[in-house]
Write a protein that binds this ligand. Structure first.
Ligand code: PHE
Ligand code: ZN
Length: 866
């Protein structure tokens, strides 16, 4: 196998956490001069460097695809032999302890399709530096523990690039001959280079202001193309709410006089927290009722908050090295989750967050790419912007907050921010601050940072009628993960309650700390056997296996006062029926239908909660509950149950669909909840097979005054073969073809449809003139959605695997980061039957055999084959 050989020959370096050593040189100041032009931009950088300690090592400046046109030291132009290139890095031996280094490089932003470094997007020039993009702009020690003060001067064509933005505050600007102009920005806060940003373009500003808690006025600007200005209101409101929330909840105030956000169409991730100049994927800024769903609105609010919160958790206190990524990301996700909960419903937000965690992070944790929240090694850091770092990282902070309670948690976070302000810190620093500030011992808890894999907790309840006691036996185990065959017990906080069957209530919740492999807890005063409600609020990111009968689950689905536990009981009821059916057992569905009816008609419940609770678990989640995933059987069982729920409760669905129709559009939580419930009623109604289902869906599609109802009706129609399906898709396309973000929904809805021909349709869509590999949103809306569509992607022909592999291969040459993010679904081959596993592995091997594969894809695919 010559291919494996060539892969090995190019085997990229593995970076290990244990190899961290402090930098040889610091760079307290940097001044950057940009002469901007899409075809040829010149970057002159002046670095003041100081030697760190006594050593003789040269200054090594990272570069990526750069060649120096000039190198000067202390104002003297160096000759050829006085510096050298070591790979992509620039090496300069220096005699003294402090010098001024000046370099000049030339870039072609318009040819930068990786969207890292300085690139062109829709007429703009913009930057993306996290994690290691700054080295594509200038030679620099590109590591987050180098903190520098930046002074940035940009010069550009006045007509094409009238707006010039960078970090910090604007200090000076002026015009030049030949229709050019310039602007200088200074950022007074020392920052790592991954937080550097600049934007040049013809942008319009949605301007507002915010008065901070100490009375300073901050100028806020959201910069977009002129035509998009009407779609910025929600983002601006979210920004102001975030600023107020961080003051109120964490005591954190904004620290510059301006805060700018720019929306760009081509972006690899969601958004970026550059100091004072956040750059966003436009899908997380632009929203109006015509084009944005309620989910989109919530996404805008959450991401605006997330990036804003990074100003403290990420920027003022940054990461020492990239192994500490969760220090900023896990904490910031935790902060944005709580913010969104405060803006809307805590119960529904928790359910949504857990659904995301289970869909993305649990899958990661149980597959070949599993890694700890603080990883031990990586090849390409871009591959570690994962659900584990972000979402499991947030769960760790949530557990600490739960164990401490709000006041002690706040004391811990105050200590953390005060102690490490202006520093590059570690996860360990955070945990220590929580221990000291909060007054808690987190020695065993640290294992959550070290051990990968989702813990399983078995819960068994034994009732002793004579002693009137119950014993709760808890056993934990953590499956092996790559490089970690054996695990130590974790400290697992489990919010627990025992329900009296007769009265439908419990006698108070307790927080049980499971710290050993096996542990039992005894409760007295129970004449009758109670019903166990455990991991309430999803207090720990674990998989609980508790033997509870359908009757007991039905009881909890009606009586549990913890909304998450109530939702969970309902889902478990459904899982039991569906997984049982896939395994060939005929478990009675009566309890499910009754629970759905009772929940949907309970006047005390919030419609948004009802909508979550009565939805069937996704096919992917059902697959996760089985030793081997059978995509066809899962689909068939779920589809059949959905149909019967539709049929048996048809009048109810008609009622809800009629009653939840609003007069006029509003974004109030009540209005959003009503839409959510109305959409699921429509789904069940169409699933029932009733004759007028497709026409009802079509009318909702046609008459909707908002995208939530329109897209949901379209998605419902997309699942079935009907004339209405084709008509709605055509209308949608023609109505929104010129609006990229909305056209993404057209691709996504079809790629995600539960339709027997989805594989073929996606193949056609990949050849559609509006499909392009150069825009990450478009790629994700087609192939990202498709790879998440279990039934379609795992079509037993293997065609789905082949299409995704083809996409990865083609995209790798353009944008390796985004290509690599499509690989994990192919890596789940161990979970499938031999036939599918062979096909999936063959595609992984085909990708790996590609000459010139990026580190990004090579790492993900290589690990996925193990
Ligand atoms: N740091 C960004 C965030 O807020 C994510 C990101 C990483 C964006 C890398 C771009 C590139 O989560
Ligand atoms: Zn982040």
């Amino acid at each position: 196998m010559a291919d494996i050989q060539s892969t090995n020959a190019a085997a990229p370096a593995i970076i290990h956490r244990q190899d961290y050593s402090p930098p040889d040189w610091f760079v307290p100041e940097i001044s950057l001069d940009f002469t901007l032009d899409p075809a040829s931009t010149q970057v002159r950088a002046t670095l003041s460097v100081t030697r760190n300690g006594a050593h003789e090592r040269p200054l090594i400046l990272d570069g990526d695809g750069l060649s120096p046109m000039e190198v000067q030291v202390d104002g003297r132009l160096l000759q050829g032999g006085e510096w050298m290139m070591k790979g992509d890095a620039l090496v300069i031996p220096l005699p003294g302890d402090a010098h001024q280094i000046e370099t000049l490089v030339e870039l072609a932003p318009e040819n930068n399709s990786k969207l890292m470094g300085l690139y062109a997007s829709g007429g703009l020039l913009c930057t993306q530096c996290e994690a290691e993009g700054f080295r594509r702009i200038t030679f620099f020690p590109d590591r987050p523990d180098i903190l520098s003060r930046y002074s940035v001067c940009m010069e550009a064509d006045q007509t094409r690039y009238p707006i010039l933005l960078s970090n910090g505050d604007p200090v000076e600007q002026g015009s030049l001959p030949n229709g050019r102009h310039w602007a200088r920005w200074n950022d007074p806060f020392p920052k790592p280079c991954y937080l550097f940003a600049l934007v040049a373009g013809d942008l319009s500003c949605k301007a507002d202001s915010f008065v901070t808690m100490s009375g300073r006025t901050v100028r806020l600007g959201i910069w977009v193309k002129e035509g998009d200005l009407p779609r910025t209101d929600h983002a601006m409101q979210a920004l102001k709410n975030s600023m107020a929330w961080d003051e109120r909840v964490y005591g954190r105030e904004y620290d510059l006089d301006v805060f700018n956000i720019v929306a760009v169409a081509d972006f690899n991730f969601g958004a970026m927290e550059n100091k004072g100049l956040n750059i966003f994927n436009s899908r997380y800024i632009l929203a109006d009722p015509e084009t944005a769903t309620d989910i989109d609105y919530d996404g805008v609010e959450a991401v605006v908050a997330h990036e804003y919160f990074h100003n403290w958790s990420g920027n003022r206190v940054t990461c020492r090295d990239w192994f500490q990524l969760s220090l900023k990301e896990g904490f910031t996700v935790f902060r944005d989750q709580n913010f969104s909960a405060d803006m809307g419903s805590h119960a529904v937000k928790r359910i949504e967050d857990v659904r995301v965690l289970r869909a993305a992070q649990f899958q990661e944790d149980s597959g070949p790419l599993a890694h700890p929240v603080r990883p031990e090694s990586y090849i390409e850091i871009s591959n570690f912007y994962t659900a584990t770092i972000y979402n499991k990282g947030a769960e760790l902070i949530r557990m600490i907050a739960l164990m401490l309670g709000p006041d002690r948690f706040r004391a811990g976070s105050d200590l953390y921010f005060d102690r490490h302000d202006g520093q590059a810190a570690t996860c360990e620093d955070f945990v220590k601050a929580m221990e000291e500030g909060g007054g808690i011992d987190l020695r065993q808890f640290r294992r959550w940072y070290e051990q990968a894999g989702t813990p399983h907790v078995r819960a068994t309840l034994r009732h002793d009628p004579a002693a009137q006691t119950v014993e709760l036996l808890l056993e934990q185990s953590i499956p092996p993960t790559p490089g970690q065959p054996d695990k130590q017990p974790m400290a697992i906080p489990l919010r627990t309650a025992l329900f009296d069957r007769a009265v439908g209530r419990h006698r108070g919740e307790t927080l049980l700390m499971l710290t050993q492999a096996q542990q039992s807890f005894t409760f007295s005063g129970f004449a009758d056997a109670p019903i166990l409600s455990i991991n309430r609020g999803f207090s720990a990111p674990v998989i609980v296996e508790a033997d509870r009968s359908q009757t007991e689950l039905a009881f909890l689905s009606a009586h549990d006062d913890d909304p998450f536990a109530r939702y969970e009981a309902m889902q478990q009821l459904m899982v039991n029926v569906l997984v049982g059916r896939v395994a060939g057992q005929n478990i009675d569905e009566g309890a499910v239908v009754a629970a759905i009816r009772d929940t949907a008609t309970d006047p005390k419940l919030d419609p948004a909660f009802i909508a979550e609770a009565i939805r069937l678990p996704s096919e992917a989640y059902l697959g996760d509950q089985m030793a081997q995933v059978d995509p066809d059987a899962i689909h068939a069982a779920r589809d059949a149950l959905q149909q019967r729920i539709g049929q048996q409760l048809e009048p109810l669905w008609r009622d809800i669909h009629a009653n939840m129709k609003a007069n006029g559009f509003s974004l109030s939580p009540a209005a959003k909840g009503a839409r959510k419930l109305r959409n699921i009623a429509l789904l069940y109604l169409v699933a029932s097979g009733t004759d007028d289902g497709p026409t009802m869906a079509f009318s909702q599609f046609d008459e909707a005054d908002n995208m939530t109802e329109r897209q949901s009706a379209l998605a419902t129609l997309a699942n079935n073969i009907s004339n209405e399906r084709e008509a709605a898709l055509d209308i949608f396309y023609n109505r929104y073809r010129s609006d990229a973000l909305t056209l993404d929904k057209w691709f996504q809805t079809q790629a995600f449809a539960s339709h027997p021909d989805t594989v073929d349709l996606v193949e056609e869509l990949a050849r559609h003139p509006d499909f392009t590999l150069s825009n990450p949103n478009r790629v994700r809306s087609l192939f990202g959605a498709f790879a998440g569509n279990q039934w379609a992607f795992h079509h037993k022909s293997g065609k789905g695997y082949r299409m995704v592999a083809d996409c990865i291969i083609a995209l790798d040459k353009i944008n390796p980061q985004t290509a690599a993010r499509l690989a994990p679904p192919l890596g789940r081959w161990r979970r499938f039957d031999e036939g599918r596993a062979v096909l999936m592995r063959a595609e992984l091997q085909r990708i790996l055999a590609e000459p010139g594969l990026s580190k990004d894809v090579a790492e993900q695919v290589g690990k996925s084959l193990n």
